[in-house]
Ligand binder design. Structure first.
Ligand code: GDP
Length: 380
């Protein structure tokens, strides 16, 4: 009897072991399949030296778990600005439709031209670009004589597009080229920098890239937590350092792990406490220099809050002095009537707007498309 019990017990244990082993195999197969997607290289399982990673959650780099249940699937990025066009509501009303209404009047007297200028200045287009636009519109109106509302819309559309620039390269360098593309994201705290890094990770994942995040804002633990949460939602791991640690070493470590792990893109979030301007700028310069020891930084994205107007422009100047900004991310365009800042900031820095934030939702970041933007502004 005792022998029978023993045999039954051993059989039960064997059964459990077999089931567990089989389940493990299934899990492993899924994961391998997920990381073998076209367009991404599967990071080696032991490709990172976790011993040198700082303590704390989320420090070690796992495979990007592409098909893991529970991960969100971000919306595709193509046509996002068109889909989000209604978010430009206040800029649409005052800038786009306001201008169109004035320009469609039968008789354009000096008062009307003054009003047109006023609308442009109030929408933060800036003095120089406003003058240029008004001069060009005046010339065209004179040449055209009478105008139908459609003529006025075509004229305005073309001139706004010329002002914003259609022949500018607004693409982001985020693809692997023998090493991960490194994207440094800078800007003053509160502009939406960390949120932008999180949303950008989603944009890249949606476009088929594997992404590693680096929490180089070591002064606010909350910033690293926030970033990690964004990353976890789409399977992008976060490299973190100890609180108040050296941001440059976190950035260096993230890039190192990104290369070792075979990631396509490393996104680095940085600190932005402008109240300590000199310290901040020294720190930012150091982060960039230290990262460059391993290879070039491919993009430096400056995040600006569109609602801050001239203040935002002076912030932009300060950052541009320290790091070569390659693109601007204008956030909170949904919360302002100042859509003209797109023009002003490009003029000021000579750098294109590459992305725009149009809300607090996870997929409310859109690649900037001048034609879609202008169409949204003047749509009836
Ligand atoms: P950081 O201090 O620069 O890292 O700023 P955060 O990323 O923490 O963002 C500050 C606040 O701005 C948060 O409440 C975000 O949800 C909000 N925010 C960021 N981008 C946008 C945007 O495009 N539109 C709106 N309405 N809010 C945004």
């Amino acid at each position: 009897m005792e022998t029978v019990t023993l045999v039954l017990a051993v059989s039960a244990v064997l059964l459990v072991v077999t089931v567990v082993a089989a389940a493990g195999l299934v899990g492993r197969t899924r994961r391998t399949r997920g990381s073998g997607r076209p367009g991404t290289s599967a990071p080696p399982a032991n490709g990172t030296d976790t011993a040198s990673v700082h303590a704390g959650t989320g420090t070690d780099v796992a495979e990007p778990a592409i098909e893991t249940p529970g991960l969100e699937r971000p919306e595709p990025t193509a046509g996002r600005l068109t889909r989000l066009r209604s978010r430009l509501g206040r800029s649409q009303t005052s800038l786009g439709r306001g201008l169109l209404g004035l320009l469609s009047r039968d008789h354009l007297d000096e008062d009307t031209w003054d009003e047109i200028e006023e609308v442009l200045l109030t929408a933060d287009v800036g003095v120089g670009p406003t003058r240029e636009l008004v001069d060009r519109l005046r010339t065209r109106v004179k040449a055209a004589g009478t105008r139908t509302p459609d003529d006025a819309a075509t004229m305005l559309r073309e001139e706004l597009l010329t002002l914003i620039g259609t022949d500018v390269d607004r693409s982001l360098t985020t693809a692997r080229d023998g090493r991960p593309a490194v994207v440094l994201v800078v800007g003053v705290n509160g502009t939406g920098k960390t949120t932008t890094v999180g949303k950008l990770a989603r944009v890249l994942v949606a476009d088929g890239r594997t992404v590693l995040l680096g929490a180089a804002d070591t002064f606010r633990a909350a910033a690293a937590d926030q970033l990690q949460t964004w990353g976890e939602r789409v399977g992008a791991p976060t490299v973190r350092g100890p609180e108040a640690g050296d941001p440059a070493s976190v950035a260096f470590e993230a890039v190192r792990q990104g290369a070792a792990g075979g990631y396509d893109t490393v996104l680095l979030d940085t600190a932005g406490r402008l109240q300590n301007k000199v310290g901040l700028m020294d720190e930012l310069g150091k982060v960039k220099r230290v990262v460059e020891k391993q290879g070039p930084v491919d993009e430096v994205l400056l995040v600006l809050d569109a609602t801050t107007g001239q203040n935002g422009l002076s912030q932009a100047r300060v950052f541009a002095e320290v790091v070569d900004v390659t693109g601007i991310v204008l956030t909170k365009l949904d919360g302002t009537a100042k859509g003209g800042i797109v023009v002003a900031v490009q003029r000021e820095l000579g750098v294109p707007v590459k992305l725009v934030g149009l809300g607090e939702g996870a997929d409310d970041l859109a690649p900037f498309d001048p034609a879609a933007f202008v169409d949204a502004l003047i749509a009836p």
